[in-house]
Ligand binder design. Structure first.
Ligand code: URA
Ligand code: CA
Length: 433
């Protein structure tokens, strides 16, 4: 087999076989196929697309390139949730203990963040004492005992994806639906869960700016999962503004606690119930999605979700008393209010630039080497559709430096205030099965 022939076949719009895709992925990973040929292939795939079978084969070839996590020692159907991008997305912190509280085993592998705010591991590390670096033995034992555990990056998962994604990044081939779908799904499948709920974000702050492309990405990922024996569905949710009010690590932990108590922001609460009920249903802990939702509502109102969160924190060495007393979480030295200058209705909050404002404060990493400040961030007081009067607080900045003119500037840039009435945006746009 010669790479040049496979490039030409893809260029001419033909479907490649599993053997041919394996040859490309293995060859590129072990260095026998050079960057220039792989670049050419990726560009051909970008323009010609890939069939669902090719996309599934590409995914499994990337899974086979490295380690895979074996979760078979955990009882029950393991369900994972993945959100594509998003800013200040607190759903994982809420969902892990919430679905565990109704009996779904949660074995969560999470990363650290780059840009915007921290990743899920960073957020949990805002809890004093919390240890994300745990052994795989403790990880498995803890899921069996407490139903939920979170661990940082382990093993050498999908090295092919790392290498191909880095090449796509510099060859203008990131934004291809089959390439994105196989990249994301390869990591989920290597992480070992039996079923997957995808939260595909759409809107100004997301990878996918319009509903049709978000649906196409969701469908491509759902097809991969179902083609390789992992029960998969997707929810398309709105990212025209950040979810919830909190952006920043400790602030998001506090927001997650409020939500587990039933007192969180409406949009975050609703999205967690939507995603959570699909997780519970796929895990076969309810006979319908609506029964799953009632179980989650009961876990919140009875306090069982909060109890599970405490047991989980304690099992990972964290101080569980932060749940009853969130003032024990890291707090910033200064609070600075950003006030509305004009009257009207909020019509736009550019999630990207709000995320960047939080990063400038220190809530996210500018480079892989940067240290995160877990205490800083932003609390939004006004969301799209809310009425504002001059002098109303739009955002509170939690900062460890006194002067934050640069941050205030980018907050004003992200907010648009319209004079006429603006509707509250739809949160869940579609479900893809
Ligand atoms: N995230 C990924 O992991 N891969 C992509 O290709 C795009 C987003
Ligand atoms: Ca949030």
């Amino acid at each position: 087999m010669r790479m040049v022939d496979l490039i030409a076949r893809k260029r001419d719009g033909h479907e490649l076989s599993k053997t041919e895709i394996d040859f490309i992925v293995q060859g590129y990973t072990n260095g026998t196929i050079p960057d220039y040929q792989m670049s050419s292939f990726l560009m051909a795939a970008f323009f010609r697309g890939m069939t669902p079978i090719e996309t599934a084969n590409m995914t499994m070839a990337m899974v086979a390139s490295g380690d895979t996590i074996d979760l078979s020692a955990i009882e029950g159907v393991k369900v994972d949730k993945h959100s594509t991008g998003g800013v200040g997305d607190t759903t994982t912190i809420v969902l892990a203990p919430l679905v565990a509280a109704v009996g779904v085993p949660v074995a969560k592998l999470s990363g650290r963040g780059l840009g915007h705010t921290g990743g899920t591991v960073d957020k949990f590390e805002a809890i004093p004492g919390f240890q994300a670096e745990i052994s795989s033995e403790q990880f498995i034992k803890q899921v069996n005992e407490v139903k939920v555990a979170v661990t940082g990056p382990t093993g050498n998962l999908t090295p092919a994806d790392k290498k191909i994604y880095a090449l796509r990044d510099v060859t203008g081939t990131v934004n291809s639906i089959p390439l994105m779908a196989s990249s994301i799904m390869s990591k989920k499948i290597a992480s070992g869960s039996d079923a997957i709920v995808l939260d595909v974000k759409v809107g100004a702050g997301a990878f996918m700016k319009d509903l049709d492309s978000a649906k196409a990405l969701a469908k491509a990922m759902v097809d991969i999962g179902n083609n390789v024996g992992r029960n998969t569905m997707a929810v398309i949710s709105d990212m025209n503004q950040p979810l919830g009010f909190a952006i920043g690590n400790a602030l998001e932990v506090k927001e997650a606690i409020d939500t587990l108590r039933g007192e969180g922001p409406e949009d975050l609460h609703e999205l967690c119930l939507t995603l959570g009920s699909h997780m519970v249903y796929l895990a076969k802990q309810a006979s319908s999605v609506s029964e799953a939702r009632s179980k989650l509502e009961e876990a919140i109102s009875s306090g069982r979700a909060l109890e599970t969160f405490k047991a989980f924190i304690a099992a990972q060495g964290g101080d569980a008393s932060i749940v009853d007393d969130p003032s024990k979480l890291p707090a910033a030295a200064y609070r600075i209010e950003v006030k509305a200058k004009e009257a009207g209705y909020v019509s736009e909050i550019v999630a990207d630039s709000i995320g960047t404002a939080a990063m400038i404060l220190g809530a996210g990493r500018a480079t892989k080497e940067s240290e995160i400040d877990l205490s800083v961030g932003l609390m939004l007081h006004k969301k799209i559709g809310d009425e504002v009067k001059p002098g109303d607080t739009l955002v509170t900045i939690h900062s460890n430096r006194e002067t934050v003119d640069d941050v205030i500037e980018s907050i004003y840039e992200s907010y648009t205030i319209a004079s006429g009435k603006v509707e509250h945006p739809v949160l869940v746009h579609a479900e893809i099965h």
